[in-house]
Structures are given as C-alpha cells and as structure tokens.
Ligand binder design. Structure first.
Ligand code: FMN
Length: 254
C-alpha cells in the first residue's frame, strides 16, 4: 500500500486542512492508501543560522539539534508528499519556509527520485498560483517527480461555490498526483538536463574532500545521463553533450 504524507504549513485546521482532506478523499478513489497528516508546527524545527555546514560539509554537521531528521525519516518512508500551505504575505507560511530552508542541502544533493510530490495552496485573494508553482519547483529541486497541484480562494467562511471549486480542483490534483505515483518517470525537460550537466561539470573539478563530489561519485552521476535512470532521445543526447561542453568552457573561463 502506498504511503502519502501531507506536510501542512498551518495549525489552523481551516481551509488548507479542508483542501488536503478533499485531496485525500479523491486519491482514495484510485487505490487504498495510507495517508498521514503531518502538521509542521507539531515538530521542533529551529531557524537556520546560515553556517552553511549542511551544504558545504554535510548535513550531519548542522549545529541545530531538533526534529529535522525525524521529518526526513517521514519523507523517506513515503511514496508521495503533499506540500500544503496558506498564502501568507504572497508566499508560503513561515512554517513551510523554515522547513524548506532547513532542507536546502537537497538542492545540492537531490534524492527522492522514486517519489512524487504536489502542492496545495489556499488564499484569501490572490498570489497563490505563484506559490503553488514555487512549491512544485522546490519539490523538483529535492528530486521528486512533481505534479501540478491546486490553488483555491477560500475566504472565511467558505461559500458553497468556493467549496464546489475546491472539490473540483482537488479532484483534478489528486488524479495528476496518482498518475505521478503510478506511471513511469518521463525523461527530464531540457532545462533540468542542462542544470544537471552544468552542475556535474563544476562538481567534477573538485575532489573527495567536498561532500557534493563524494555524493555525485557515490550516486554514479559522473557517468550517468541524468540523476535518475532515463532514456534520452537523440536530440536530448546531443543537447546533453552540448551542455557538458558549455559547462567545461564556462568552468575554464571562470
Ligand atoms: C498572516 C496572513 C497573511 C495573509 N496573506 C495573504 C496574501 O498575501 N494573499 C492572500 O490572498 N491571502 C492572504 N491571507 C489569507 C489566507 O491565505 C487565507 O485566509 C487562507 O485561507 C488561510 O488558510 P487557512 O484557512 O488554512 O488558515 C493571509 C492570511 C494571514 C493570516
């Protein structure tokens, strides 16, 4: 049975919570799932102090001793993650942002290639779709396969038309998420391929004393086409070679 964890960036149990419940209900129509509601506010997560240890030396050297690794274990045991947040001042809530900050080292050393994520955003007026796209993109940076989630306008108390719109939006988002959970992962888009190849070329110039170098070596990424196993068509293969060449040229000039 697939395990899904919703990481919820509010303690309010109002619209965002209702949207996740609707999402869960729709997802259950596809198959039996184990669905966990994880409220980020129930965990002790301190603010990043900007020492950069996690990024430059290794996440185990973070000086903050809190629930970060408990949250990591929750992600690792899941097949799918739902990032859910209200729109606060045109961004994710502080709880969600702090969570993303504390896991910034994933952007250097992504993982979760076998997992799917999506994003749910509730807002009073506007700006939420940009936040939804931001969360979906952060998920991709973590390594997830990211499917389009949903953004809903949910003034309190929610009107009947708003509730109906939420039901429709969550039904569509659950369908896309389920596809992500069950269908083979497609080859990367050109932009992501380019970012991988250029990052890899830069990291290849380092040595074993760098954590990113050790991670790339361990993952076999110095030889692979992309982060995860994939088949590149002739066009993307050629583009990949070009990105390698460009990366080497930029590295030489830089
Ligand atoms: C601190 C705060 C900031 C907010 N900022 C925005 C905003 O910038 N744009 C917006 O459309 N709604 C904003 N809202 C409204 C919330 O996004 C909206 O009420 C949402 O439904 C709250 O989620 P909840 O019902 O799950 O608590 C804000 C609400 C709060 C409490």
């Amino acid at each position: 049975m697939k395990k899904i964890t919703a990481l919820i960036g509010t303690q309010s149990k109002q619209a965002t919570y209702a949207a996740v419940r609707e999402f869960e209900k729709n997802l259950r129509q596809y198959e039996e799932i184990d669905f966990e509601y994880l409220f980020l506010g129930d965990y002790r997560l301190e603010f990043c102090r900007s020492c950069l240890n996690c990024i430059a030396k290794g996440e185990e050297l973070c000086p903050l001793k809190d629930d970060r690794d408990t949250l990591l274990a929750k992600i690792e045991e899941s097949d799918g993650i739902v990032f859910a947040t209200p729109n606060y001042a045109f961004h994710v809530s502080a709880l969600m942002k702090n969570f993303l900050d504390r896991f910034a080292y994933f952007y250097h050393r992504p993982r979760f290639f076998d997992k799917t994520c999506t994003a749910i955003v509730c807002q009073g007026i506007f700006g939420g779709n940009k936040i939804r796209r931001y969360l979906e993109s952060m998920g991709r940076n973590f390594g997830f396969r990211s499917t389009r989630g949903g953004c809903m306008t949910t003034l309190r108390p929610m009107t009947e038309p708003q509730k109906k719109r939420m039901a429709r939006e969550m039904a569509k988002a659950a369908g896309r998420f389920h596809e992500g959970l069950t269908q083979p992962v497609p080859p990367p888009p050109l932009f992501r391929l380019m970012m991988f190849r250029i990052a890899r070329t830069n990291i290849k110039r380092l040595d074993d004393s760098f954590v990113d170098y050790r991670y790339f070596k361990e993952m076999g990424w110095f030889e692979s086409d992309y982060y995860h196993a994939t088949t590149l068509g002739p066009f993307k293969k050629a583009a990949g070679n070009l990105f390698d060449f460009l990366g080497r040229t930029v590295a030489r000039v830089g």
